[in-house]
Design a protein around this ligand. Structure first.
Ligand SMILES: Cc1cc2nc3c(=O)[nH]c(=O)nc-3n(C[C@H](O)[C@H](O)[C@H](O)COP(=O)(O)O)c2cc1C
Length: 147
């Protein structure tokens, strides 16, 4: 079964572009081989990552990712079976919005802090489908480049 899973985590230190770039490039190669698609969002030292693929593949990847020392506090906040992938064209897309933009996309126009957006999302997972559609539209044409 195809699933879509979303987790949030905290970078152990602010990530320079070069380190983010390495995570992305490495991920894209292995995700291609594992038929995983998704999106990595980085805002103010926090990650939110969408992983799509076969259930067992995504579960094994999440297990590996949660042991990665570049971040901690990995929390799965959303998981659903899907018929079609949202990020089907991306082995791992990348978006780095402001906290305010992310709040708006989550439908939280009065929220400005990332912390409160993530907390609300955790408690109200029904916000994910529309937020993920907005993130899909926000994927820039120009990809992250190493510094
Ligand atoms: C924020 C973040 C996102 C990651 N995303 C992926 C990913 O989408 N796919 C992937 O294979 N590895 C990803 N990784 C890397 C894995 O944690 C792990 O280092 C990688 O799968 C290599 O595992 P291996 O040493 O067993 O080959 C990510 C790491 C971090 C910190």
């Amino acid at each position: 079964m195809l699933i879509q899973s979303v987790y949030t985590s905290a970078a152990i230190q602010p990530m320079p572009k070069s380190k983010l770039y390495k995570i992305l490039v490495d991920s894209r190669v292995s995700n291609k081989l594992a038929d995983v698609t998704g999106l990595l969002v980085y805002v103010d030292g926090q990650f939110l990552q969408v992983l799509e693929g076969e259930q067992e593949v995504v579960a094994a990847l999440l297990e590996k990712i949660s042991k990665d020392r570049r971040h901690n506090d990995v929390k799965v906040v959303y998981k659903t079976g899907i018929e079609r992938r949202t990020f089907n064209a991306w082995q791992m897309a990348y978006v780095s919005p402001s906290a305010k933009e992310l709040a708006t996309w989550a439908g939280l126009s009065n929220t400005t802090t990332l912390e409160s957006t993530l907390k609300t999302l955790e408690n109200e997972p029904n916000r994910f489908p529309s937020m993920l559609s907005k993130l899909l539209l926000a994927i820039p044409e120009k990809d992250l480049e190493p510094e």
